[in-house]
Design a protein around this ligand. Structure first.
Ligand code: AMP
Length: 214
């Protein structure tokens, strides 16, 4: 009985757990979203449209698919990121409410658990995420392979993964809603080097997809 209780207690596969220790995870997922696909199923604010992937977040993750959330740490304070706020407004927008509310959520849920290695505090977390976004241009990388925003052009899901793999030298993960490509994620080591993503539950997309322009 004790073994069973211990096993249940330590089996985290596919699960989110709260209040872990910062830095206790295996790798990061850097997640970007396509506005027109995200907003097809969510009610978004007007005026947020742009033909580029934007940041959803930088998420600590484990090889078994589980991930820590809401770790103990610094409370969110927008003043700490005043120097990069104009950039964040453009590349890490909330699509449903005030931008700082979204950043506060991402910080509390994922950022607090991300503090390890080169990321020492809240400013580092946001700064590093902006840097990753700028270094690995997903929208541009897809365009190199003629995967362009359009309501009509379709691309096979594997060809999207293939294009990104060729462009960046590692395998990303993608998610679709219906036939819309909605999310692209790259994986990074804890010292923020690109690595190929492991297969993870919830990250799949098959058939033909579009990258909608509206
Ligand atoms: P997370 O909690 O980080 O896994 O993010 C998922 C939550 O964030 C869901 O409630 C989404 O609807 C919401 N969300 C994702 N992207 C955005 C965005 N760009 N703006 C506002 N909310 C978002």
């Amino acid at each position: 009985i004790i073994t069973i209780i211990l096993l249940i207690g330590t089996t985290k596969a596919g699960m989110i757990y709260e209040g872990g220790d910062p830095g206790d995870f295996d790798f990061y997922l850097f997640v970007e979203q396509w506005i027109y696909s995200f907003c097809d199923t969510q009610s978004c604010l007007p005026g947020k449209e742009r033909e580029a992937f934007t940041i959803h977040g930088l998420w600590p993750n484990n090889n078994d698919g589980s991930y820590p959330s809401f770790c103990k740490g610094q409370p969110f304070d927008v003043d700490e990121i005043a120097d990069i706020e104009p950039q964040l407004d453009t590349i890490w927008p909330s699509l449903t409410g005030p931008n700082p509310d979204f950043w506060a959520h991402e910080w509390s849920k994922h950022g607090t658990c991300s503090i390890t290695g080169p990321l020492a505090d809240l400013h580092d977390y946001f700064f590093a995420t902006v840097h990753i976004y700028q270094t690995y241009n997903i929208t541009g990388g897809l365009a190199q392979f003629n995967i362009l925003p359009s309501d009509n052009a379709t691309y096979s899901a594997p060809s999207v993964v293939d294009a990104l793999s060729k462009q960046f030298g590692v395998t990303p993960l993608i998610q679709c809603t219906g036939n819309r490509l909605v999310t692209v994620a790259f994986c990074l080591t804890k010292d923020l080097k690109l690595m190929s993503c492991p297969a993870l539950n919830g990250w799949s997309c098959s058939g033909n997809v579009i990258l909608p322009a509206t």
